[in-house]
Design a protein around this ligand. Sequence first.
Ligand code: SAM
Length: 291
Amino acid sequence: MIKNIATPGRTKEILEKHGFSFKKSLGQNFLIDVNILNQIAEAAGMSEQDGVIEVGPGIGALTEQFAKRVKQVEAFEIDGRLIPILEDTLSPYTNVSIHHEDVLKADVKKVLKEKLQTVKETAVVGNLPYYVTTPILMKLLEQRLPVTRIVVMIQKEVADRIAAKPGSKEYGSLSIAVQYYSKAATVMTVPKTVFVPRPNVDSAVLRLEIRDKAPVDVKDEQFFFQVVRASFAQRRKTIWNNLQHNLLGKERKNLLADALEQADIDPKRRGETLSMEEFAHLSNQLYERIT
Ligand code: SAM
């Protein structure tokens, strides 16, 4: 029987054997709790006909759990020192490929097409490096990868912002950006004690079910996101002030007043009270007037 990589004892043994030291700058906090890893793997809901793309395998703790469950795992690891370690720890599994690459620069779409063409469904998973959580998630979503879901461990505070609903203090442009592409939910929160080294912040597992179709009709996506970002630029300011100062300029205030009226949005409201539908209406009204 193969011993799990993620027990505290085995992890220590692996790190000592290879003389590995953690790099904080790469967000290296490894999981040492097999239960949590099992729960992440279960949350991804993948079967033996499916495939997985993993971001940041570390020494292979999560990779191993998926190797046991799915047909093929393709993992992207930036740290060259971990490649020989992964070759060692994952040697019992023939269904894992490691790509020594920065996932932000990698052609993930190509890997999906070339390496995972025979699987039924694919999920992206990972215990993400906290310093680049948002860029990684946004890259994966904006590329519209043909994947069913994304299940990742991230900072709890970021997970709360991503899954937030209008009217809450966590709701902002990140909530809208992610929820435009997916249905977001926090699966569980995770204590600091299950990592080595322990991070300073609490973590949570976030699940994103990728949408087939955007939930709102927008005339121009880029402009829609510009309107959203500008509306939250200064959270305590009204939508009127934010859009005038951060997007349109004073000279176009009549146009703004007209668009708000047509979208049935009170100029005194703050961005955090607007639903995604309202942002869509507003950005469509503005777009019609400026093009
Ligand atoms: N999956 C392992 C676990 O749960 O124990 C390690 C998780 S650790 C939080 C994040 C991993 O991502 C590290 O192995 C780190 O080297 C790697 N990493 C950091 N930035 C990366 C990037 N841009 N692309 C790919 N991997 C990255």
